[in-house]
Design a protein around this ligand. Structure first.
Ligand SMILES: Nc1nc2c(c(=O)[nH]1)N[C@H]1C(S)=C(S)[C@@H](COP(=O)(O)OP(=O)(O)OC[C@H]3O[C@@H](n4cnc5c(=O)[nH]c(N)nc54)[C@H](O)[C@@H]3O)O[C@H]1N2
Ligand SMILES: Nc1nc2c(c(=O)[nH]1)N[C@H]1C(S)=C(S)[C@@H](COP(=O)(O)OP(=O)(O)OC[C@H]3O[C@@H](n4cnc5c(=O)[nH]c(N)nc54)[C@H](O)[C@@H]3O)O[C@H]1N2
Ligand code: SF4
Ligand SMILES: [Mo]
Length: 740
């Protein structure tokens, strides 16, 4: 008898759109993947990466057993042996050199796995190291810092209420390709079309006429890195032309006068050349934003991965406030997540706010931001001898050799480590340096509730998906691996009882939250039989803003109720939340945080810097995902995607024809690339995607190695960063390009 076909619901863990998928299986086989029509949030949307979950599940290169390096090569070992090796080698380093000698590097997929995101902090706490690094300083740290300063929490980030907007201005984002970021919005294209169909306008500000610009009403091809000037000029114009309108927020903002003064030098006429845009176009944009009754300005990674990332991120929200678009229907609004959102916890309306620099990096004195140091200082912290030197590294779903600047320096630094552990599903450019690799299960062997993305979603919702397949016998969940590492770090040893440790940690937390009621809450949670992350999700839902509060709010959310609802539970359109959402000490929106005002003169001093003849920007393609999905047949097929796009005028000037091999160089380093002449770029700008360069020895990525591409980040300077947030500069870097 053959197995019957089955259909499973799975929330896609690959990008921030978090689509609900339907995975069809027969026995142990995946028959196919498609969008789940009944998903209350994504309503059947899926992109090619979603289909590729089948390939990922079946990829022969995906690791299924722990690997330990012996005599320079990896051998498969059992789980106990792998952890024994970790204990044997990590504990002496901790004992001899202290906690800061062990660094943590945590990567993007961690945000998409409840096991990793919920238990990473437990490992970090057990280790007690100041050396925590993550993809956040390659990505969104500027936005988190600016929003933290303005609204009081690092994750209080407003998102466009696209379904009710009449105007959407997108700066430095390409959601048609990326499917959205710090804005969970499956089927952006469909929603943008609907906006235009009801008479609304989509405007894109980007050095390239992107896939998003192609479906827009207007496109402004800004010079890379000039966003701070454009945005300051928009704010200047709103004041200058008397168009500031605070609306309902009038009593809820601080710093209007300081802001007006601070942007005085940034008139459109003064910044136009730097931005590569007409002053009239800048004034026109300010007027359009001021006039639109419902709309939002939305900025993303293009505005973050640059030297003024925090200033640009701040000014985006300032424009929304000054045009009465923040916290209004159809504007930029704060989601209210059902679980885990700090801006739904504690006393509503005010809080401790955020700050930076509680500690600093040892070598370059880069300030701590949100508990982390800039990933750009990791190499020097490993290389530089002295107290506090990093001697060991635990990488968790992180591939900085490709995703961070100056990967070759990082790779060399990793070779000098005394010990390295990687929690990863591939033997790749980073994990080849590890002494022990602990693989996680396939994404289809994992249950999921989104910790982060409901905090940035275009509608409020609560969705859960169970594992499609049981993990292979003996395969621990990643939370168990993290707790076992935490037990080793605490000195409890590799054989510590992880379940009992999990209970004890939860009990500590409950005592803080519920005091004497803690044992009763624990009992209620345990009645479901859940452990690990699922028990934490249940707690977060039940004690969250829609929760049943353990009986106090009958009918409220529990994990059981979310699971019982096919395709999840829709919690409605975004609703105004100011002042309740604020966690600033003043209880106001801080329009002019001193840290940011103090950084504006740095931008002003840079206003007249001449444009380099050629700069490079990145590019995302819907069939690629950062550095790790190039080994999947569904995504790898078709035209080669890691090509250097060059504007026809630049190609002619540089003597480059379509398909030519060329040398792209910066900071004294060079890459061989294939040229594609492409008219969508602003002249003087070339584009190469990141996350490629799969030709490094020792990796085990057979398909990716066939067309390895070039690693854009190899060119970049790891010291180039936004000083406030520590975010790396990954865009607008001066390069030269010449025939190979
Ligand atoms: N030049 C340039 N550089 C960039 C960017 C850019 O735009 N331009 N973007 C930056 C951004 S936004 C980001 S987020 C970073 C991303 O950079 P990273 O944080 O390094 O993330 P990825 O490149 O996605 O690599 C993910 C790693 O996690 C592993 N992995 C995948 N799934 C799992 C799992 O389930 N469990 C475990 N344990 N491991 C898993 C993969 O094998 C891989 O090693 O790159 C940044 N780098
Ligand atoms: N298909 C796919 N989807 C992804 C990813 C992926 O690798 N592939 N990665 C995921 C991750 S980790 C993230 S963080 C998100 C990112 O999501 P997005 O922020 O939408 O990322 P990009 O598509 O890189 O869009 C950034 C845009 O900024 C433009 N840009 C570059 N420099 C500048 C500048 O100086 N100023 C302005 N105004 N624009 C500039 C680029 O041309 C590009 O169009 O995407 C996620 N989704
Ligand atoms: S857009 Fe694609 S990769 Fe992103 S969540 Fe949806 S199916 Fe997955
Ligand atoms: Mo990212």
């Amino acid at each position: 008898m053959t197995d019957a076909e089955q259909s499973h619901y799975r929330i896609c863990p690959l990008c921030e759109a978090c689509c609900g998928l339907e995975v069809r299986t027969q026995g142990a086989r995946v028959l196919g993947v498609r969008g789940a029509d009944h998903d209350v949030f994504s309503a059947g949307y899926v992109c090619p990466k979603g289909y590729a979950l089948k390939d990922l599940h079946e990829d022969p290169d995906r690791l299924r057993r722990p690997l330990v390096k012996r005599d320079g090569g990896f051998v498969e070992v059992g789980w106990d042996e792998a952890f024994a090796e970790i204990e044997r080698r990590l504990v002496p380093i901790l004992q001899r050199d202290g906690r800061d000698a062990v660094a943590l590097s945590v990567g993007n997929p961690s945000a998409h796995k409840m096991s990793l995101i919920l238990y990473f902090s437990r490992l970090a706490k057990a280790l007690g190291t100041k050396n925590v690094y993550s993809a956040s300083t390659l990505d969104q740290m500027p936005k988190q810092l600016s929003c933290g300063l303005m609204f009081g929490h690092w994750l209080s980030i407003p998102v466009p209420d696209i379904e009710r907007a009449d105007l959407l201005v997108v700066i430095g984002a390409n959601p048609v390709a990326s499917n959205g970021s710090l804005w969970t919005v499956p089927d952006f294209r469909g929603k943008a079309k609907a906006l235009r169909a009801r008479g609304g306008r989509l405007v894109v500000i980007d050095p390239r006429r992107t896939e998003t610009a192609e479906i827009a009403d207007a496109h402004h091809a800004i010079r890379p890195g000039a966003d701070v000037f454009l945005l300051a000029a928009l704010v200047h114009t709103l004041f200058d032309e008397g168009r500031v309108r605070l609306g309902r927020l009038a009593g809820h903002v601080n710093g209007v006068d300081e802001l007006r003064q601070a942007v005085t030098p940034f008139s459109p006429e003064r910044v136009a050349a730097r931005c590569g845009l007409d002053a009239a176009a800048i004034r026109g944009l300010a007027r359009e934003l001021a006039a639109a009754p419902r709309g939002a300005l939305y900025g993303r990674i293009g505005t973050c991965t640059q030297a003024y990332g925090t200033l640009a991120s701040w000014l985006v929200d300032v424009v929304n406030v000054l045009t009465a678009k923040l916290d209004e229907a159809g504007g930029a609004m704060f989601p209210k997540a059902a679980a885990f959102a700090h801006n739904t916890m504690g006393a509503p309306g005010h809080g401790r706010g955020v700050g930076t620099g509680r500690w600093a990096s040892r070598v370059s004195a880069a300030p701590e931001v949100f508990g982390e140091l800039p990933i750009g200082v990791l190499a020097e912290e490993i290389e530089t001898a002295g107290p506090g030197q990093v001697k060991a590294l635990i990488s968790i779903a992180s591939n900085p050799v490709l995703s961070a600047p100056n990967g070759a320096r990082l790779a060399a630094a990793f070779e000098r480590l005394e010990f390295m552990v990687s929690l990863d599903i591939y033997l790749n450019e980073t994990t080849r340096h590890a002494d022990v690799i602990l693989p996680g299960p396939s994404p289809l062997e994992d249950a999921h509730y989104d910790f982060a993305f409901p905090q940035f979603s275009f509608r409020n919702h609560a969705r859960f998906s169970g594992a499609v397949f049981a993990p292979p016998a003996g395969q621990p969940a990643e939370w168990q691996n993290l707790l076992r590492l935490a037990a080793i770090a605490r000195g409890d040893g590799a054989r510590a009882d992880v379940e009992a440790f999990d209970d004890a940690l939860l009990m500590d937390e409950l005592r803080k939250q519920a005091g004497e009621q803690a044992p009763i809450v624990m009992q209620a949670l345990n009645a479901s039989g859940r452990r690990g992350p699922e028990r934490l999700v249940d707690l977060a839902l039940r004690s969250g803003p829609y929760g049943d509060r353990f009986g106090q709010n009958p009918g409220g959310l529990t994990l059981d109720r979310v699971i019982a609802a096919p395709g999840g539970i829709d919690l409605g359109a975004l609703a105004p939340r100011i002042p309740e959402v604020l966690r600033t000490p003043s209880g106001k929106v801080e329009l002019a945080p001193p840290l940011l005002l103090a950084d504006l003169p740095r931008a002003l001093a840079d206003l007249d810097t001449p444009a380099p003849p050629l700069v490079v920007i990145g590019r995302r393609d819907v069939r690629s995902n950062n550095s790790w999905m190039h080994n999947l047949p569904t995504l790898a097929k078709g035209p080669f995607r890691c090509t250097a796009w060059v504007h026809p005028e630049d190609a002619a000037r540089l003597g480059l024809a379509d398909g030519a091999r060329a040398t792209l160089a910066a900071n004294g380093r060079r890459l061989d690339v294939t040229v594609e002449v492409n008219g969508t770029l602003r002249p003087g700008v070339v584009s190469l995607p990141h996350g490629w360069g799969h030709d490094l020895p020792g990796a085990r990525l057979a398909l990716a190695a066939q067309r390895p591409g070039a690693n854009l980040n190899a060119l970049f300077d790891d010291a180039a960063r936004d000083p406030l947030s520590g975010n790396a500069v990954l865009s607008g870097v001066a390069v030269s390009l010449s025939p190979a």
